[in-house]
Design a binder for this molecule. Sequence first.
Ligand SMILES: Cc1ncc(COP(=O)(O)O)c(C=O)c1O
Length: 453
Amino acid sequence: MAKVQDSVIGAPNPSAKPQDFSKSRDLQSRAHRLIPGGAHTYAKGDDQYPERAPAFIVRGKGCHVWDVDGNEFIEYGMGLRAVTLGHAYQPVIEAAYHQMQLGSNFTRPAEIEVDLAASFLEIIEGAEMVKFATNGSDVTTAAVKLARAFTGRDLVAICADQPFFSTDDWFIGTTELNAGIPQSITEMTLRFRYNDLENLRILFDQHPGRIACVVMEPEAAIPPAAGYLQGVKELCAERGALLIFDEMITGFRWHLGGGQKFHGVVPHLSTFGKAMGNGFAISALAGPREVMRLGGLDHDQPRVFLLSTTHGAETHALAASLETLRTYREQQVVEFLWKQGERLRSLIDQSVAENHLEGFFELMGRPCNLVFATCDRDGKRSQFFRALFLQEMIRRGVIAPSFVVSFSHTDSDIERTGQAVDGALSVYRRALDEGIEKYLEGRPVKPVNRRFN
Ligand SMILES: Cc1ncc(COP(=O)(O)O)c(C=O)c1O
């Protein structure tokens, strides 16, 4: 596809020099030889970004990052929403570093495991016990196992309108990327529609006494209808299933107390990760003593193997999390995320209107978690136009797979992003009018969950 001149409308890139991606290109071919997919996380992979993009990052500070070629960018999403305070956030680094010097993994538990458990449970009010792990997938899978053990049932009901719950077979089996997963495992996971209580009720009716748990995010891009979440909880209670809220994204972002506090609906079990440790590997499964104790040593039921791993509670990650939670509490971080997101939303809305892109470029979600959808001339979701928008944002010094802000996105970063959006959307408009092949350099991006390359 044709090249657009570098003299573009909108903000100059922060490094204020022509962008060069030659080192990225070299490293990409090496990476693909050594690592399947060229990256250790699909969502960071090359197929998620246009051809004209930084492929490897060397360092970050606040919401700014520098790639291997020395280009500087403002970025959004930040560690797939894990880095809520900012890259290399000094108090968190110092807490982790101090703890590392004392040792990170012992033969017996470390004292800090109890400290973080107490601090976490003060914030997540509905929970009485918590168990830590290193990623979100493990804790959500553990919640499912615990629910199966507690209820003595096998089936799991997941929300079909939400994109991700775990890397494990019970969930990935339901996606397009299900190669290698036995059909018998997939058959044990059922799907229901968000904001449709009747749909869930029918699922319970079709499988009486067999559904162990309902797994869902309290909210994703679409807010719950009035009474919906409460209705789900009541339905679960009525049918003897446990309600599991996956708070990987809503946790510490919608509200300090999670989506459950924001919506005033306490689930039976909830799982957290991402925002817990400002990028350090830490996650949590939390719930009432009555259920969580099945993973403990003080009951006479069959024991549940609940999250026991070698790296499950490394002390530096726990120290980072303690400091991260302290910062959230003392510095009104969540309020800041909402405020900056709102500021950004109004700039983007203005630019969409000015470029007459209503129905083509759609900003969605709460201010603390803004995402966007791109449509083609026929109003259909388009990976070509997503690639074009990402390309034009990158050209203007912003990596924006979403507009998920952090505590480090200052007013001037937001302002600069607004200018970049304005420039990118004016190209988008022209591409709609004149044909995208005139503007997109190379291939489109692709959805992560697809069966074939
Ligand atoms: C809602 C949700 N649940 C669970 C996970 C899995 O977390 P992890 O990647 O830490 O295993 C993710 C990851 O993106 C997620 O977005």
